[in-house]
Design a protein around this ligand. Structure first.
Ligand SMILES: Nc1nc2c(c(=O)[nH]1)N[C@H]1C(S)=C(S)[C@@H](COP(=O)(O)OP(=O)(O)OC[C@H]3O[C@@H](n4cnc5c(=O)[nH]c(N)nc54)[C@H](O)[C@@H]3O)O[C@H]1N2
Ligand SMILES: Nc1nc2c(c(=O)[nH]1)N[C@H]1C(S)=C(S)[C@@H](COP(=O)(O)OP(=O)(O)OC[C@H]3O[C@@H](n4cnc5c(=O)[nH]c(N)nc54)[C@H](O)[C@@H]3O)O[C@H]1N2
Ligand SMILES: [Mo]
Length: 926
């Protein structure tokens, strides 16, 4: 029970919640007590070291630090007494004595100066106490500057690094007045293990730590020297961090995290420092049309010298050419000759319009997007067994869990802000079970790290569940009340004892049993998963196992419990919800149902369209090879890099008679286009996006698109009108209003509400309800209200290592790069940190191959070969090689296997047989 405390603050009787400090209550009451070492952001522990926030407590001899003092019943606190004010002013003066002057400060608008003003101090009467005490400038990092002459030893950077982001890089060296922050043992920041999240920079109250973009060559800067501040959503991953964009001269100058429901002020390196791709000179600024004398379609267009292939066109000409090409093909071959790939990087409204254009304009459902390559199998299993494809709980719910499983996901690199919550959970004593064939970054925090054989998920998970059955650790009441098919699952599991499965998955039986006990006996457990689960030919089975595991333990529907596939793209949840899927109309309503199609046809004022489920991403490219699809519309996707078996995919793109690509760059895919339409980047348009937590959030245009580039929704609408569809949207809010007519998930969520509140989680039960972070506490959206156990069999990967291809290829991501690299390789900081195509192998493997770290190797699979630099990484198993897919010069997907999961239709990106060879150094012989 929460008991509030009543006390007197500046003469008023006020109440404090348990744990609430005097500083917090004062702020709530409208009194800002000066503060330096205290940061008003969730995750920051008050420290009370700077003494800038002293207040007087009646009856106490000494002043109290209001940031860390909680009131007691009946206490009388005065914030503005002369004694308190004098003490605070003295603190300020002493601190200012050692600061550079405000005129030449690193940050003329640092928080420190505001606080000095608030205490009535303009300058210090004291001489500098400790001149030149530490190395002053550290500019070894591309993104940040360290100027320790401004450091006041408040320790906020240490708390930012160790307690909020839990990266443990910054510490304090020296003592007392000589204390100063150091990176690792005492490295320059740029050579330390710093991952450049920049949390310390955001926390620093003095300008001792600054974003490099705010400082001039003399290390002088002013963070308030901006024209405007616009709030939006980070355009990278599905965490959906809310950001404040500081804009100067129509360019983003720097970025800060703000208090969104998912990120609570935190950001990662991409969100904070990866924004400037939008200002890159490669941005498309004018519509382009392929020249009649272009030297053939292919991957040979240099973005700096595109003129040999394309010519600039007016929008009218380009839109006519784009739509005219499709119309010509449909007249000859019917609507099915055209297919579309929409985008999970664009907004909900843009995704909705895209699927509407394909369905209404061409009469069929051959429209899909990158979800097919991503969580398609997870969503298939969730829809089948839970009745809904979205997460059952937000990732932030881990705060209330006591055990969590993270399997086949590497959140430290791929969902870094979510990972901060996972790491904090372990610091509070939460038990973390990590399951991954690679020793991913979370292993340092894991209670159990199961480094099992790749592709052996079903064997391992079935063994864990078999233990739970055998040792009767399951939740009988939950199973009886909320599930179906338990007896079949239970019988099925009998064949999977840990002792039998240990050899298959490579984890000892005792460890499997220990993990089973840990998870099943927990009060509240969560399961998080990623591409290591979904990107297999048995991806749906993998997910079925995770669902069954959660259900049998009753770990769904309560605080601290839930199933959470970590969604990837910034708007893949929203794009899927909006119907960018061949089997579903918006809100996962099946296209085969006449009534549902009728409903949408009515909303659209259109005639009926095909009742047949459409083709998926990989099936569409197969249909191009088969001559069935002849024209395409590709929006914000780069299949010439992201599809499996690129040779096959690129041949399909080259074969298309009419390809329209709408992107912000001249991507590898755009190389094959007939018409290229220059679009706006995320920070250049208004719209909503839905993150992995089901939080619908609003993004706002901060800068204008470059040149003649236009907002994606407006381009799609213009194309629709050229196809005769008569759309008339003046603003994305009108599209959102239309979406609501067919999407019950958006009930109680309006554009106006999003503008006001920034974010609403669906489902929202009333116009006041901020939304439900946890769902399915009282049954599931399936017939009978029950979730289902679906037993899964062990199926080996499609392509096993053999004598010719003896190792295992696995692919994925790195912290600094985004998928196909189109954005992040054009972001200054990210490209500087990770400029070169690389793969990773165990040092013993490199030694066996005679390869030194940094040397190039050749990787060959049945589909092709690439040459790439090799790194040593002990986290990789000795028979594996890990390749990120961001680098066109060594494209991982030349190698990957296109074999598909039969249900989710997702390719097996995580497993292929590969041969690794040293590239002989034969330059001397030439
Ligand atoms: N920096 C960065 N962040 C991103 C992205 C990006 O491109 N760059 N992309 C975003 C997108 S769209 C997505 S979908 C997410 C993906 O995020 P993650 O799911 O974390 O992505 P991956 O790195 O592809 O793979 C995750 C893990 O699967 C493991 N794995 C490989 N084989 C197996 C297996 O057989 N079983 C199991 N259990 N695990 C296996 C790998 O070792 C790897 O650690 O990231 C999002 N965030
Ligand atoms: N080997 C291997 N391959 C994989 C995976 C893997 O793990 N391994 N993972 C798969 C997964 S999970 C995914 S999600 C896919 C991702 O595959 P893709 O979606 O093809 O990859 P991205 O690079 O994110 O492509 C996004 C495109 O949108 C453009 N863009 C960005 N913002 C905007 C905008 O506002 N408007 C427009 N019009 N364009 C914009 C970018 O320039 C870029 O070309 O890759 C898949 N491929
Ligand atoms: Mo993804």
């Amino acid at each position: 029970m929460t008991e509030t405390i009543t006390f007197t603050l500046d003469g008023d009787e006020v109440r404090a919640a348990p744990g609430e400090t005097i500083w917090e209550v004062a702020k709530r009451q409208g009194t800002l007590i000066p503060h330096l070492c205290h940061k008003d952001q969730k995750g920051y522990r008050p420290d009370g070291n700077c003494r800038a926030c002293m207040v007087e407590v009646e009856g106490e001899r000494v002043l109290a630090a209001s940031c860390c003092r909680t009131p007691s019943e009946g206490m009388v606190v005065k914030t503005g007494t002369p004694r308190a004010a004098k003490s605070r002013a003295l603190v300020m003066e002493l601190l200012l004595a050692d600061q550079p002057d405000r005129a030449t400060a690193h940050d003329r608008s640092a928080h420190l100066w505001d606080m000095a003003a608030a205490t009535g101090v303009a300058e210090s009467r004291f001489p500098a106490l400790e001149p030149a005490r530490v190395p002053l400038l550290d500019d070894s990092h591309v993104a940040m500057r360290v100027n320790l002459d401004a450091c006041i030893q408040c320790g906020l950077c240490v708390r930012a690094c160790r307690e909020v982001q839990v990266n443990d890089v910054i510490g304090m060296a020296g003592r007392g007045h000589d204390a100063y922050p150091v990176f690792d043992m005492a490295d320059p920041m740029g050579q330390s293990t710093c991952v450049a999240c920049g949390e310390c920079v955001q926390a620093c109250p003095t300008g001792a730590l600054m974003p490099a973009t705010v400082l001039d060559a003399d290390q002088v800067g002013d963070s308030a020297d901006i024209d405007r501040e616009v709030t939006s959503i980070c355009p990278f991953c599905g965490v959906g961090c809310q950001v404040s964009l500081k804009v100067k001269d129509d360019k983003v100058k720097y970025v800060e995290g703000i208090n969104g429901p998912a990120n609570e002020g935190r950001l990662c390196v991409k969100g904070r420092f990866g924004f400037d791709y939008i200002h890159h000179p490669h941005r498309l600024t004018k519509p382009l049309i392929r020249r009649d004398d272009a030297p053939g379609k292919g991957l040979n267009v240099d973005p700096a010298n595109w003129q040999a292939h394309f010519r600039e066109a007016t929008w009218d000409e380009a839109l006519d050419a784009a739509a005219g090409g499709w119309t010509a093909l449909t007249e000859r071959h019917g609507g099915r000759a055209i297919a579309g790939f929409g985008s999970a990087k664009c907004t909900n409204e843009e995704a909705y319009l895209f699927q509407k254009l394909i369905r209404q304009g061409f009469g069929h459902n051959n429209v899909d997007h990158c979800t097919r390559l991503c969580h398609a199998s997870s969503v298939a299993a969730l829809l089948e067994n839970v009745g809904s494809g979205a997460v059952t709980a937000t990732f932030n719910e881990i705060e209330h869990a006591d055990v969590a499983i993270v399997i086949g996901a590497n959140p430290v690199e791929n969902h870094p802000v979510a990972a901060t919550y996972f790491k904090q959970f372990t610091k509070r004593g939460g038990k973390l079970i990590v399951m991954d064939p690679r020793g991913v970054g979370l292993r340092r925090f894991a209670t159990h790290m199961l480094k099992f054989r790749p592709g052996a998920d079903v064997a391992m998970l079935n063994a864990i569940m078999a233990t739970i059955v055998e040792e009767e650790l399951y939740d009988r009441q939950y199973i009886a009340a909320y599930t179906e098919n338990w007896e079949a699952e239970r019988a099925h599991l009998a064949a999977f004892s840990p002792e039998k499965m240990a050899e298959v998955c490579g984890i000892p039986a005792e460890e499997l049993r220990a993990v089973a006990r840990e998870f099943a006996t927990a009060r509240a457990g969560m399961i998080f998963w990623g591409m290591g689960i979904s990107q297999h030919i048995h991806g749906t089975d993998n997910s079925r196992c995770l669902i069954s595991l959660a259900l049998m333990c009753g770990h769904v529907g309560r605080p601290g419990t839930g199933l959470h596939p970590l969604r990837g793209q910034n708007n893949v949840q929203g794009a899927s919800d909006a119907g960018l899927i061949p089997m579903f109309l918006p809100d996962y309503q099946t296209v085969t149902d006449d009534r549902i199609r009728g409903h949408f046809a009515k909303i659209w004022g259109a005639s009926d369209f095909s009742a047949e489920k459409g083709l998926t991403v990989t099936e569409i490219l197969d249909a191009v090879h088969a001559g069935q699809v002849r024209g395409m519309y590709i929006l914000g996707e780069n299949p010439a890099m992201s599809d499996p078996d690129l040779t096959h995919a690129r041949e399909a793109l080259a074969k298309l008679e009419h390809l329209v690509v709408q992107d912000i760059f001249l991507t590898e895919t755009a190389n094959y286009a007939d018409v290229i339409l220059p679009a706006s980047a995320f920070y250049e348009k208004d719209g909503t996006v839905t993150n992995t937590n089901r939080q619908v959030q609003i993004g706002r245009a901060a800068v204008a698109p470059p040149g003649e580039a236009r907002a994606d929704w407006a381009i799609t609408a213009a194309l629709a009108n050229r196809l005769g569809l008569n759309w008339s949207y003046a603003h994305p809010s009108e599209v959102f209003a239309e979406m609501k007519r067919g999407m019950p998930s958006l009930d109680n969520i309006t554009w106006e509400r999003l503008e006001r509140e920034g974010a609403v989680t669906y489902p929202s039960l009333s116009p006041e309800d901020p939304g439900q972070p946890i769902v399915f506490g009282s049954g599931f959206p399936r017939e009978g209200g029950r979730a289902r156990f679906t037993p899964a069999m062990v199926i080996p990967p499609a392509e096993l290592p053999d004598a010719d291809y003896p190792m295992i290829l696995t692919t994925g991501r790195q912290l600094e790069h985004w998928h196909t690299g189109s954005m992040t390789r054009r972001a200054t900081v990210l490209d500087a940190v990770e400029p070169e195509a690389n793969c990773s192998m165990h040092p013993a493997t490199l030694a066996r191959l005679g390869v030194e770290p940094g040397d190039p190797v050749r990787l060959t699979t049945r589909r092709g070969a690439i040459e790439i630099m090799a790194r040593a990484d002990r986290a990789i198993a000795e028979d594996m090689v890990f390749v990120p897919f961001a680098f066109v010069e060594a494209a991982a997907n030349i190698l990957t296997n296109p074999a598909l999961d039969p249900v989710g239709k997702i390719p097996e990106f995580k497993f292929a047989a590969v041969k690794v060879e040293k590239i002989k150094d034969n330059i001397a012989a030439e």
